[in-house]
Design a binder for this molecule. Structure first.
Ligand SMILES: [Zn+2]
Ligand SMILES: [Zn+2]
Length: 431
């Protein structure tokens, strides 16, 4: 029995089809499917993509509910076309035990807007001293597969080696925030011409690249897989390209902001542009775009990092690092892959859905739109031109305000349930 039918959607390969949904599942994809009794979504002119999967989101709960909650972050994700987000471990308490990751998963289920997939901390308390209970988190109800101390780098090479060895037992992956701590003490922005002119302490590219080089070699040495968070420099791209050519099991992500914005924005002294790793140069932006197109970079991940106004509306040195991203990712991807004429919607589906689901080992996400798949779908109006204004997030640190970017998420279907309909986020989740 069809409960929901999407009429005349354009699939990533360019064909036009109807999509019939029965409960949580796609029942059929074809032309002129019968609509009888079903709720109809007219998708004429809209592109249907598999629901987006974010490998890197900060939902802030438990502990920092003034910035975001699992519910507000989930609503923001749905508004951006996401049907799953990985929730980073730097909460309070830290997500370093089975109990805390199960709590975050339960909060996600109660919200009902996306699958909330907890990331487990690599080290106890993110302190970089002692491995957390990786196996207990993997075997918990949260079934953790991605482990990260994100916000901090696992900089001790012995700990990193042990973590890489440990996660092999359950096909997990360590997601590294590559930042050599000694080289970035007091760092405020990208080290280069702009930092010199502004007199702000620089953050050298080598602080990122040296850790990536070390970790791909460690991954090769122990025969494990490693994922590199938020690549931000042309040199990082070169190292990942080299490692992949050598057959090392490395995957890499880039954020929307590193694909679009540069360190020139720091000249405004507006801390909305302060982020870790920092915005880099136009040369880096172009290298990251090229790497996303040619497959060196596997995915776009948002690093959605909400902060309250008081942490951002202050002088640059005192401000927190981070920016919002969930509601902008699809537009930036469309700009870089489709509007540029360099790639296509199929690649966009790969980098925002198929590949992140694969890296996170999610079996019910990141599936091509076909009969039998779970009904996770984002419907995009590619012709929409929108100014990025307010968001669903509890925080306002949105660096895209005032920019004109292509495309808008019109409908999001999460496990057969419309979390976004005609551009409006549902009052309640699917539960
Ligand atoms: Zn990070
Ligand atoms: Zn992060």
């Amino acid at each position: 029995m069809t409960s929901l039918i999407i009429k005349n959607a354009t699939l990533p390969n360019g064909s036009v089809a109807d999509i019939a949904i029965d409960g949580e599942t796609i029942a059929a994809v074809g032309t002129n499917l019968a609509t009888d009794g079903a709720t109809v979504i007219d998708a004429t002119g809209l592109v249907a993509l598999p629901g987006f999967v974010d490998l890197h989101t900060h939902l802030r709960e438990p502990g920092f509910e003034g910035s975001e909650t699992v519910l507000t972050g989930s609503r923001s994700a749905a508004a951006g076309g996401f049907t799953a987000v990985h929730a980073m471990a730097n909460t309070s308490p830290v997500q370093d035990t089975a109990g805390v990751v199960e709590q975050v998963k339960a909060l996600g289920e109660a919200a009902g807007f996306v699958d909330v997939v907890p990331v487990g901390a690599v080290t106890v308390g993110l302190e970089g001293k002692q491995l957390a209970e990786l196996g207990a988190m993997a075997n918990s109800r949260a079934q953790v597969r991605v482990f990260s101390d994100d916000g901090k780098c696992v900089h001790d090479p012995v700990l990193m080696r042990r973590a890489l060895e440990y996660v092999k037992a359950f096909d997990g992956v360590v997601a590294q925030h590559a930042q050599e701590p000694r080289l970035t003490e007091g760092a405020q922005m990208n080290e280069g011409r702009v930092s010199a002119e502004l007199g702000l302490t620089g953050w050298p590219a080598v602080a990122e690249e040296s850790i990536i080089a070390r970790d791909v070699l460690l991954a090769e040495h122990v025969g494990s897989r490693v994922h590199i968070c938020h690549l931000s420099t042309a040199g990082s791209v070169e190292i990942v390209r080299w490692a992949k050519a050598k057959g090392i099991a490395v995957t890499a992500e880039v954020t929307p902001h590193h694909l679009l914005l540069t360190d020139e924005l720091a000249r405004s002294y507006d801390a909305v542009y302060k982020v870790n790793p920092p915005l880099r140069t136009q040369e880096d932006v172009l290298a990251l775009r090229e790497a996303l197109i040619d497959g060196t970079i596997d995915i776009i991940a948002t690093d959605h990092a909400p902060h309250p106004t008081e942490s951002k509306d202050c002088e640059w040195q005192a401000a927190a690092f981070g920016m919002l991203g969930l509601e902008i990712a699809a537009s930036v991807a469309q700009e870089v892959l489709v509007e540029s004429g360099r790639s296509n919607w199929q690649r966009l589906a790969e980098v925002l859905s198929l590949n992140p689901a694969k890296i996170g080992r999610l079996s019910e996400q990141g599936q091509e739109i076909a009969a039998g798949a779970v009904a996770n779908i984002a419907l995009i109006d590619p012709a929409a031109k929108r100014e990025i204004a307010d968001t669903q997030s509890k925080s306002k640190n949105n660096p895209y305000r005032g920019l004109n970017l292509p495309g808008a998420v019109v409908h999001t279907i999460y496990r057969g349930y419309p979390t976004v309909a005609s551009g409006t986020v549902a009052e309640k989740g699917r539960n």
